[in-house]
Design a protein around this ligand. Structure first.
Ligand code: G3P
Length: 242
């Protein structure tokens, strides 16, 4: 099997996460795909940012949903990472799709709606994916089972995955309950048994966030379908060795 290497929030070890520089670097390095997080502004514009709050990765404060895009676009989301990225703006989903559609990269879009329940985010995201013909190259994931269920009900052809951060009794039952096509789990949840169960049920299994060489090698050895990594350069290097 060919384990797909997804750059987690872009090449987020060497550029500010979820920014165009991080996405472009991931492509340059040779990642197979990009994982990024989507949330909605006050005026319902999808933007790519991981935390619900602006505090960690921008020079703003408060929550994404409290601001319009016009307000957010003036923020700096690069300086916290390194001075040379000063002035880097928050990326809209539209801007990102305009770029990625002309690449061969796969996409995993995580709906960040497990804390803030953004109304209609499923519609808004799917409409943009279809507009850019990216719906067939995209896996939608979320920790929010209700959102994944909603996505599948609304768009039965969509490729979706349930995110799990902890071991649960019957992970495959959880996936089936929400009608997802795949499972994305934290590395600590990974077992040989889980891999076998997923393979026997034709369920793609992708693992986050895999950075250490020993963990990368284990995922390759177990034939996981994909990994999310902050260090795609290293993941590629170890895959070549494997
Ligand atoms: O989507 C995989 C991984 O990104 C999930 O965890 O916290 O980075 O969104 P988190």
């Amino acid at each position: 099997m060919n384990t797909a290497i997804y750059a987690h929030r872009g090449a987020s070890k060497i550029a500010p996460e979820n920014t165009m520089p991080a996405f472009k670097l991931a492509k340059k390095i040779g990642a197979d795909g990009i994982e990024t997080d989507v949330q909605l502004t006050k005026d319902h514009i999808p933007v790519l940012i991981h935390d619900e709050s602006l505090n960690r990765t921008t020079n703003g404060t408060g929550f994404i949903y409290q601001y319009t895009y016009e307000e957010l676009k003036n923020l700096d989301t690069g300086s916290w990472f390194a001075t040379k990225y000063k002035g880097t703006q928050i990326v809209t989903l539209e801007e990102f799709l305009t770029w990625i559609k002309d690449t061969k990269l796969k996409l995993n879009l995580e709906l960040k709606n497990n804390i803030v329940d953004y109304s209609s985010i499923e519609y808004i995201v799917q409409e943009q994916l279809q507009h850019f013909n990216m719906d067939t190259r995209t896996v939608i994931s979320s920790f929010n089972p209700n959102s994944i269920r909603r996505y599948n009900d609304l768009f039965p052809d969509a490729d979706t995955a349930l995110l799990l951060s902890k071991r649960v009794k019957d992970p495959l039952a959880r996936v089936r309950e929400v009608g997802a096509n795949g499972l994305h789990t934290k590395y600590s949840v990974l077992t040989r048994r889980l891999v076998k169960d997923c393979q026997n049920n034709d369920l793609p299994l992708r693992i986050y966030t895999v950075n250490r060489p020993s963990r990368l090698m284990r995922c390759y050895k177990l034939n996981c379908n994909g990994i999310f990594t902050d260090v795609p350069h290293s993941a590629i290097e170890y895959k070549e060795l494997y």
